[in-house]
Ligand binder design. Structure first.
Ligand code: CA
Length: 434
């Protein structure tokens, strides 16, 4: 009942900045990002329709004085880390102020052309930056379907799932320095691979570059070393989510991953989308996750609906091809382990997380073949290459292919979306050129 009321209230929200029903950035969303304009310093803004609301300019005009007394500046900063550190009560006060200011029935900004010119900028006129200074990055492996698929390919269906899989959300510590923003192209990595078991390894360009469809969340206040975050308090530590493409070199991965897991196969680049969608914007789209059997140990128990109904889509567009081709449709709700469990598990040893740390979900595959979140699974290790409309086939990514991921929650007449995450793989850098 309460959920229905919230849904209908949300669908009735209107801004004086009109958006069509398929816009990812209506007033119901209000995602945060960091942007800059030529010759200016980067700062924090919020997306509304095809505009950016300049929060630094609003703060300097006194709009956020009541939101976080004494904590200034909040938004004249090159990252969201400081705002993330303040915690959910402050995030909610700021969201309420922005939501009110952009409402159709609120004249303060609507009827002040000078203020509108000063604080509302076309998104096309700004350059987006990484939303946070990411100190640490962890990548989980929380899709049971993905783990089953990969395990079946490499170890057979009987041994597909590792024995720990249904007991804890497993992960590896990733590489934060090579996280790049949507739009940045990456070069095909070189490394050691081995074509056949027992053969000698070779050195050269990876022949099996892949994408992984993931979402990640940014940590808010974080925790002190030695003090775990309980699962039932984890939501207070989740600032918001972005799309993540965990680019992977499968041939490098296969040769290196025993016994310590991914290393060079994953460290040449990870792409994220620029707009951080907050948990408050996602609240109407909470839903039940998969049943967990066996029941998790007490420290991993999280009551209530902890999954989110977020539609996910991936397209591949070969170089020179006029149209992107949809190769995957999945949903964030398929994940076996939820964010609260990931946070509780990550910190149960006392490991401290800091504002701006990024925790990614792992590849999000669903039950149907068209919902698999990597080419490794979609083309089943090259055994069933994808047929593209231009006549080409794909088992792995080729140079010049443009990968685009998008995500949105479908409300009643509106969407809460994540925009796009794009990136291309370019030929390897020539090592003879300094
Ligand atoms: Ca991954």
């Amino acid at each position: 009942m309460a959920e229905n009321i919230m849904r209908s209230t949300r669908s009735e929200q209107r801004s004086f900045i009109e958006t069509d029903p398929e816009s990812h950035f209506p007033i119901q969303n209000l995602p945060y990002g960091v942007f800059k304009r030529p010759g200016e310093e980067s700062r924090v803004g919020v997306a509304i329709g095809d505009m950016v609301l300049d929060l630094a300019a609003l703060e300097e005009r006194g709009f956020f004085e009541a939101a976080a007394p004494g904590a200034t500046p909040l938004f004249r900063r090159p990252s969201l880390n400081y705002f993330m550190s303040l915690g959910r009560p402050a995030w909610r006060r700021v969201r309420a102020i922005i939501s009110r200011l952009l409402s159709a029935d609120e004249p303060r900004l609507r009827d002040d052309p000078e203020l509108r010119r000063a604080v509302l900028l076309p998104q096309a006129s700004v350059e987006m930056c990484l939303p946070a200074e990411i100190g640490d990055y962890t990548d989980f492996y929380s899709s049971l379907e993905h783990a089953m698929n990969v395990g079946t390919m490499f170890r057979g269906p009987e041994n597909a799932l590792p024995p720990n899989y249904r007991w804890m959300p497993i992960a590896y510590h990733g590489r934060a320095s090579s996280i790049v923003l949507s739009g940045a192209d990456l070069h095909r990595p070189r490394g050691q691979t081995r074509r056949e078991p027992g053969a000698a390894p070779e050195f050269g360009s990876s022949r099996r570059v892949d994408f992984e469809l993931e979402m990640g969340f940014f940590v808010g206040p974080g925790n002190e070393l030695g003090r775990p975050i309980p699962a039932d308090q984890a939501a207070e530590h989740i600032f918001g989510l972005v799309l993540v493409n965990d680019w992977s070199a499968r041939d490098i991965q296969q040769w290196e991953y025993v016994p310590l897991g991914p290393f060079l196969a994953k460290n040449f680049g990870t792409s994220i989308s620029p707009w951080v969608v907050t948990l408050d914007a996602l609240e109407p789209f909470r839903c039940a996750g998969p049943e967990q059997d066996p029941p998790p140990l007490p420290y991993l128990r999280s009551e209530g609906k902890q999954a989110f109904d977020i539609h996910l889509e991936v397209t591949l567009q070969p170089a020179g091809s006029p149209l992107p081709h949809v190769i995957c449709r999945s949903n964030y709700k398929y994940l076996y382990w939820n964010m609260c469990q990931q946070l509780a598990h990550h910190t149960i040893t006392g490991c401290n997380l800091r504002p701006g740390d990024l925790l990614a979900s792992g590849t999000i595959s669903g039950p149907a073949p068209g919902s698999y979140g990597s080419l490794l699974e979609l083309a089943w290790r090259g055994e069933r290459p994808l047929q593209l409309p231009n006549g080409q086939r794909r088992s792995f990514i080729e140079d010049g292919d443009r990968m685009v991921m998008t995500a949105w929650c479908q409300g009643d007449g509106y969407r809460v979306g994540f925009g796009e995450l794009t990136g291309r793989i370019l030929p390897p850098l020539d090592p003879s050129i300094p």
